[in-house]
Design a protein around this ligand. Structure first.
Ligand code: AMP
Length: 281
């Protein structure tokens, strides 16, 4: 992998990189398509990173449709696929981890201790191996991409992080490899995340800047779905991920909700532009 991208860089070509954990869906493919528009060559990786899963999480049952994934990436004309082995990524005596302080402790980090340490470590390793000019991430994992941006800045990495919009199913459910866990009744219930964010978005668009009010709306809508168990539903500053009182700067409404045994996340980006609030679902 290192040789391939080194050659491309020597030829002054613009290397694009899309890291994934596989079980690819249209959300992943949108990252690949964007990368293909902006870079050549484009490399994708599939690595189900054990370091970002807790002991009681879903690593063992995470979907692994490798043949389908390869077909999708081939059809999307990526120039290369990096499929490292866990033993190669974390060899015997592996002992160096990256911890992005502060941002990693809240929200996802609080519910999933050690998760972002695993993410930051593997993303740093992948960026060091591939050394892309541009690396593509989804806003679906808003806190993750913010942490990666901080790491890239703090460690003076050369890659530019490109954040891509959330790709959704027709009914609004954010695409996720974990949606495959949902039974048919749960799948219907899972649209509650989108409906809650949509309700908050409508209020923000109408000019509501009080984040406690918006948070109340999120909880009210989520509370209407008996299968939903809320982990968190918060309005936070898009830069610090600290709670905000009034929307005067870009902010996220962030959701983590259990539907049955499946934990789903989603978010809404709210950006003040002059007197108005712009919303991106
Ligand atoms: P994962 O395979 O879950 O690690 O995701 C790989 C990349 O795809 C991450 O940057 C995710 O944020 C991104 N991604 C996952 N789902 C979506 C989606 N529905 N829309 C946009 N990007 C996504």
């Amino acid at each position: 992998m290192k040789e391939k991208t080194r050659e491309a860089r020597q030829e002054q070509r613009i290397v694009g990189f899309v890291p994934t954990m596989g079980a690819l869906h249209a959300g992943h493919m949108a990252l690949v398509e964007r990368a293909r528009r902006e870079c050549a060559p484009v490399f994708a990786s599939i690595f189900l990173n054990p370091a970002q899963f807790g002991p009681n999480e879903d690593l063992s049952r995470y979907p692994r449709p490798l043949e389908d994934d390869i077909d999708k990436l081939t059809a999307a004309k990526v120039d290369g696929l990096f499929l490292p082995d866990a033993k190669e990524v974390y060899p015997h005596r592996f002992s160096t981890y990256v911890h992005v302080e502060g941002l990693s402790e809240r929200l996802e980090g609080k519910s999933r201790p050690g998760h972002f340490r695993g993410v930051a470590t593997v993303v740093l390793k992948l960026l060091e191996i591939v050394q892309p000019r541009f690396a593509y991430f989804g806003r679906k994992d808003a806190q993750q991409v913010r942490i990666i941006q901080q790491m890239v800045c703090d460690l003076n990495l050369d890659a530019e992080i490109v954040v891509c919009p959330i790709v959704r199913e027709m009914d609004g459910l954010a695409m996720s490899s974990r949606n495959a866990y949902l039974g048919s009744e749960e799948r219907k219930a899972a649209t509650i995340l989108y409906r809650a964010l949509h309700a908050a978005a409508a209020e923000a668009k109408a000019g509501l800047r009080d984040s406690l009010e918006l948070q109340r709306t999120l909880h009210k809508v989520l509370g209407g779905e008996p299968r939903a168990r809320v982990d968190y539903a918060e309005i936070v500053d898009a830069d610090s991920f600290e709670p905000v009182v009034r929307l005067t700067r870009p902010a996220y409404a962030l959701l983590a909700v259990h539907i049955g045994k499946t934990r789903l996340i989603d978010n809404l980006l709210i950006t003040p532009v002059g007197d108005e609030l712009h919303v991106e679902l």
